[in-house]
Design a binder for this molecule. Structure first.
Ligand code: ATP
Length: 474
């Protein structure tokens, strides 16, 4: 029985690996995501985005910005510097405590996350101290993936340090920000002074963050250079429960807007013992990635911990003055936090589909049309017929002017072009053929529009094309 279970587990694991490998290969082949510094052998935990990866990223960030900044009256967008005065990271607690449990293979000296090794042995590490992890590793005789004994578990600070200016002594040491949140807390007073917002109001920021992850893995899921989309929403302390609910609903709205299957997203209520001491409530939103259910987003009520820490650290008064009640106090904060790379991986893994069409196996990305990097592709039926190419370019220019994300493709036969666009996830392909030119007079100035998901084609007048596509983009 045990053996059977082990075999089943292995089969599931292999299947998962195959799916992830297929996604990574497709992402590279089609110009979504490349390994960072690949021609030099790569750099672990870094990935470079190609043209379609950038387009998909922009579609995600544009949707986020629209929903959480542009469509609201209470949000202020900012773009703070990545390099910050190191005192900010002392105040926030990152210098002292932004650490993961590290354990070293005594033979190869390779380093691993102690909690990950324990979780692989099906030990729940939530709330475990370093000493408890150490004990568990020793007691269970857990070894490294290379089957070697492991050393002591110790804390490893994940912030990347560098030096500012020409000196290299301690006083010049600064950090690459490990999260975008810090930039918002240090600008909270600027927003108060420039805009005089009334509570509740929030700051929003999209940008890079850096974490020296001990074990980057699972493609773009755990990386060292990441992108976050974060909000700090300032509230009256008494409103926290209502505002928390409000943000929980907003996160679900975003999940729906980008086309993720809600059934694959799960709320995990973080238990008191596992929450940061200042948080009265934290929810992780987890997603069923091919390699397991893992954190996608976080939502935390952080009390006044951040403003208080920065007020103490900077010695600048960060209190809010309530004109009506004449009260002065530090607002509390709700923090919805979104990973951009993880959003992209969730979208990619959900869109990745294998099926059979016209007796042939095919792979396609079933993006929600409005998220697709290319909305429509335009083909001349044959590359070597100038009249077809000229007409196709005419149609292409019109569509490009309207939708922007439009591709002209005349490379290879039409079947091949469909397969290529399927892999890019293009919802519609428009083909200009001889009937378009009037070979069949009834079909003059009409084109075929082929649907990515079922391969069906409809014939549409060029003059109706823009409106037709507009009506089907969801
Ligand atoms: P994890 O437990 O997976 O390391 P975390 O709890 O440390 O994540 P937060 O500090 O809450 O993550 O960061 C907010 C969001 O940033 C996460 O929900 C995730 O989407 C994203 N994120 C965090 N670390 C990484 C990383 N190394 N690579 C990619 N995305 C990340």
């Amino acid at each position: 029985m045990l053996e059977e279970n082990a075999q089943k587990k292995m089969q599931v694991k292999n299947h998962v690996n195959e799916k992830m490998e297929a996604i990574v290969a497709l992402a590279k082949r089609r110009g979504f995501i490349y390994q960072g510094s690949e021609i030099y052998g790569g750099l672990a935990g870094t990935w470079d985005y190609g043209p379609f990866g950038v387009a998909l990223k922009n579609n995600i960030t544009n949707m986020w910005w629209k929903m959480f900044v542009d469509d609201r009256e209470d949000m202020y967008g900012i773009d703070a510097a990545i390099l910050m005065n190191p005192r900010a990271w002392v105040a926030s607690g990152h210098v002292g405590g932004f650490a993961d449990p590290l354990v070293e293979d005594l033979k190869t000296k390779k380093r691993y996350r102690a909690d990950h090794l324990l979780e692989e042995a099906e030990i729940d590490t939530k709330g475990m101290t370093l000493v408890q992890m150490n004990d568990a590793i020793q007691k269970l005789g857990i070894r490294s993936p290379d089957k070697n004994p492991l050393g002591e578990v110790r804390q490893f600070n994940m912030m990347f340090a560098t030096n500012i200016g020409a000196t290299e002594h301690d006083a010049s040491e600064i950090y690459l920000r490990p999260e975008t949140a810090g930039g918002m807390f240090v600008n909270y007073k600027n927003i108060l002074d420039s805009f005089h917002p009334k509570l509740p109001f929030g700051l929003a920021q999209i940008g890079k963050a850096f974490r020296n992850e001990i074990a980057p893995r699972d493609f773009i899921f755990r990386v060292r250079e990441l992108e976050q989309m974060e909000i700090e929403y300032f509230i009256r302390p008494t409103d926290w429960e209502v505002q928390f609910e409000q943000w929980r609903t907003q996160i679900w709205r975003f999940i729906e807007a980008i086309g993720l299957d809600k059934e694959k997203v799960h709320e995990l209520e973080i238990a008191v013992a596992d929450r940061a001491h200042y948080s009265k409530r934290t929810i992780d939103l987890e997603y069923d990635f091919p390699f397991g259910r893992k954190e996608l987003y976080g939502l935390a009520y952080r009390g006044d911990f951040d403003l208080k820490s920065h007020q103490d650290g900077s010695k600048v008064n960060l209190e809010y003055f309530d004109e009506e009640t004449k009260e002065k106090f530090l607002p509390h904060v709700i923090e919805p936090s979104f990973g951009l790379g993880r959003t992209m991986l969730a979208i990619l893994s959900e869109a990745y589909t294998e099926d059979e069409m016209a007796g042939e196996k095919r792979v396609y990305l079933k993006f929600k049309p409005r998220m697709a990097p290319v909305i429509v592709a335009v083909f001349p039926l044959l590359k070597n017929k100038p009249e077809l190419v000229a007409k196709a370019r005419e149609v292409y220019v019109v569509l490009k002017g309207e939708f922007g994300r439009v591709m002209f493709d005349d490379n290879g036969n039409v079947g091949k072009r469909y397969r290529r666009q399927d892999e890019i996830g293009t919802p519609w392909c428009v083909t200009i053929d001889f009937d378009t030119l009037g070979e069949n007079t009834e079909l003059l100035d009409t084109v075929t529009v082929r649907n990515r998901d079922n391969g069906t084609q409809v014939r549409i007048a060029i003059s109706d094309l823009k409106n037709h596509i507009k009506s089907v983009i969801k």
